[in-house]
Design a protein around this ligand. Structure first.
Ligand code: SF4
Length: 719
């Protein structure tokens, strides 16, 4: 045997930061396993273990390539890194001069650390048009939690550091099984279940958690806010709220009381399809058996009522006193290194940059620092003279996850803008690029994990060399930045740049790399910050009123409803009864599997073997009515198009609701689309109706009809 080593590092297979031990033999990764010394105590999920096949995949991109044909035609030539980077730099300079700095956009996929690089690159180029999926995933939570409590990150305290664990937990519309795949939080969540008394699951479909639930509210997709307002009404009417907390530490209780009174149980049952007894039971348990937590799924944010959905969550927490108390929702104290994200925040967005944010008028709240993706797409597709001219995508499959796939394809095909894609594999997004840059896997690079929940950071340590000429995304961004705006990118190496990011913790990259984790846990955490001088001298929340704002003064000032509210989805049995006649089923497009991470991993054999074709869940009653058979192909048709997925007939889904697998494409199918039109639910979604706060379209609550696929329509289906 040649050289063998075990590297202590951090998994980046999803947003999580699970500690990993990676075994390397002769420069090749041969084994990965959980690190018992880490925050996640040796646990890993299927995706994490399958990184072995991911990193060693024969399909990895190895060299920079430039297209020689039309966009999407699949004609490429290999180029050197210098040629690639110089060309990209020239295109950035040209766009900045000719059309303005705001026409250069930098995007990310799920980010996972790359977000601080993409924001810094965009800002250093004079553009606030950073494109992220945050507006349909997590940004509403950060923003609304921030407005109401003054602090933008509230996390479930599953840790027991303050002497208590949550007694009642609400798991709200997780499209993904939290028990098996939702980053490091899955591990802590599962551990906390040893202490939980009541588990309340709010979800239209059965999950591993519903079998353990005390109450399972199987709601009509898109009606979460009505359900939460109904719960608040029960809690207020029955005087079960936390009187001491409400009286001393909240603002606007009387106004909230009036708003909640608009949601009596009978009305809420009618809206949500959840029996009123269950809603009342859930409300009472959450108010009485405290402390409690609410684990929020991103399906709440994939609705045109996204902002208000989160308003409901935080007000429910507020009236039950479930903020800052041990075992409730916490804003964690950061580790000694501070916020690594400051790496981009130190370049502020100027008023001129802000004024040029794409879609700033559509998503006023989201436009604090990011572009509205759907607006970017619409402008490119329409050939708007002010459209984005250079788009550098640091991974990400916007072509797959954005609403209205046909329009997104049209935008991707446009020859009027220059597109760069950084990626590990060729996929639908890279197929339409001008230049594709091969990136290193996270086991092939040095970087810092700084994602949620923010009480620790950990090291992504390089275990092996990347294949061919692949480079880390940090290196690529640094090289582009140095070529165009060198004053913002003064570092000669990635290591120097990492030293800079860690400087507040008085630790160098080399030291951190050995230490692997810097954390603030246990007794170092501070509970009940509002009772101390932590946020405000004399106590209070860091909000304009110094209180947790059940009635948001900031939203009022911005012209929004200051109180939580339910708004029917843009297309639903109630809001569009005419469409409902022809499309009589509620469609939710957010079905996600624990072995995929959004658009990733369908090309990993171990993971793909769990689900070869994309499936749609449908109840036996509904299936019987429309001639759908389990395991057979079905059409799902909305007013905008139709797709085919395999039927999964299960009593676990609410009758009358159809849940289609999201991000559905087939990497093995021919490019440029790789089977995207066959099964991708965004062929059915619309990008014309948005959440007025964050700009989310209705992705998880639409209307559809279903029918079997006839033999004549099966010829092009993946085998
Ligand atoms: S949960 Fe995420 S970070 Fe943890 S092992 Fe799985 S893929 Fe890796």
């Amino acid at each position: 045997m040649g050289e063998r080593k075990v590297v202590r590092t951090t998994c980046k297979g999803c947003h999580g930061g699970c500690g990993v031990l990676v075994t390397v033999e002769d420069g090749v990764i041969v084994h990965v396993e959980g690190d018992p010394q880490s925050m996640t105590e040796g646990t890993m999920c299927a995706k994490g273990l399958a990184q072995l096949q991911h990193v060693n995949s024969p399909y990895r991109l190895k060299y920079p390539i430039q297209r020689t044909g039309k966009k999407g035609e699949g004609k490429w030539r290999r180029i050197s890194w210098d040629e690639a980077l110089d060309t990209i730099a020239e295109k950035c300079k040209e766009a900045r001069e000719k059309y303005g700095p705001h026409t250069v956009a930098i995007s990310q996929g799920t980010g996972r650390g790359a977000n601080r690089y993409i924001h810094r690159l965009a800002r250093s180029l004079g553009s606030a048009n950073a494109i992220t999926p945050g507006y349909v995933c997590h940004s509403p939570r950060i923003g609304i939690y921030g407005l109401v409590t003054g602090y933008g990150r509230l996390y479930c305290d599953y840790h027991g550091w303050g002497g208590e664990y949550p007694k009642t937990q609400i798991v709200l519309a997780k499209q993904l099984e939290i028990s098996s795949a939702d980053s490091e939080m899955a591990h802590w969540f599962m551990k906390s279940l040893d202490y939980v008394k009541n588990l309340i699951v709010i979800d239209p479909r059965a999950t591993a958690m519903t079998s353990r639930a005390t109450v399972w509210c199987q709601l009509r997709p898109g009606t979460d806010a009505a359900l939460l307002l109904g719960m608040m009404n029960v809690i207020i009417q029955e005087e079960l709220y936390d009187k001491e907390f409400v009286e001393n530490w909240t603002y606007g209780f009387e106004e909230l009381k009036k708003r909640a009174a608009e949601y009596p149980l009978e009305k809420v049952e009618q809206i949500t399809w959840v029996p009123k007894e269950k809603i009342a039971q859930a409300a009472r348990l959450f108010a009485i058996d405290t402390p409690g937590t609410i684990q929020v799924g991103s399906s709440l944010e994939r609705q045109a009522n996204a902002g208000q959905n989160i308003r409901c969550v935080v007000d429910l927490l507020g009236i039950t006193g479930n903020v800052e108390r041990p075992g409730s929702m916490m804003s964690w104290v950061l580790p000694s290194t501070g916020l690594i994200e400051d790496f981009f925040n130190e370049i502020p967005i100027t008023p001129e940059m802000k004024a040029k944010i794409k879609g700033g008028d559509i998503h006023k709240m989201g436009a604090a620092r990011t572009a509205h993706s759907d607006t970017v797409i619409k402008q490119i597709a329409a050939g708007d003279p002010d459209m984005i001219r250079v788009w550098i995508a640091v991974a990400g499959q916007q072509l797959v996850h954005l609403a209205n796939t046909p329009e997104v394809i049209k935008a991707y095909e446009s020859e009027e803008y220059f597109r760069v894609q950084l990626d590990l594999f060729m996929g639908p997004a890279a197929e339409y690029a001008d230049i594709v840059l091969p990136v290193a896997h996270h086991y092939e690079m040095d970087d810092i994990y700084d994602m949620h929940p923010r009480f620790f950071i950990s090291a992504h340590n390089k275990c092996v060399e990347p294949p061919g000429e692949a480079k880390s995304d940090a290196w690529i961004v640094l090289e582009i930045g140095k070529r165009v705006v060198p004053k913002y990118w003064p570092w000669n190496t990635v290591e120097e740049m990492l030293d800079f990011q860690l400087r507040k913790g008085n630790i160098t990259w080399k030291e951190f790399s050995k230490q692997v984790i810097v954390a603030c846990t246990g007794k170092d955490q501070i509970y009940y910050k509002y009772k101390t001088d932590y946020w405000r001298k004399g106590g209070g929340f860091p909000t304009p009123t110094g209180k947790l704002e059940l009635y948001s003064t900031v939203l009022e000032e911005m012209g929004y409803d200051p109180l939580p509210q339910f708004v029917e989805p843009g297309e639903s049995p109630v809001s569009t009864p005419e469409i409902y006649k022809e499309f009589p089923l509620v469609l939710t497009t957010g079905y996600r599997q624990p072995f995929y991470f959004l658009a990733q991993y369908r090309n990993i054999p171990w993971l793909r073997s769990f689900m070869v074709h994309h499936t749609t869940q449908i109840h036996p009653e509904t299936a019987g009515k429309y001639g759908i058979k389990d395991g057979e192909w079905m059409w799902i048709e909305s007013p905008r198009g139709r797709i085919r997925q395999l039927a999964r007939v299960t009593p676990g889904i609410l009758p009358g609701v159809v849940m289609a697998t999201a991000n559905a494409f087939y990497p093995e199918e021919p490019g440029p689309l790789h089977g995207l039109k066959i099964s991708n639910p965004n062929m059915l979604t619309s990008n014309d109706h948005f959440d007025p706060m964050y700009g989310a379209p209705d992705l998880t609550c639409l209307l559809c009809k279903v029918y079997p696929v006839e033999k004549k329509d099966m010829a092009d289906l993946p085998k």
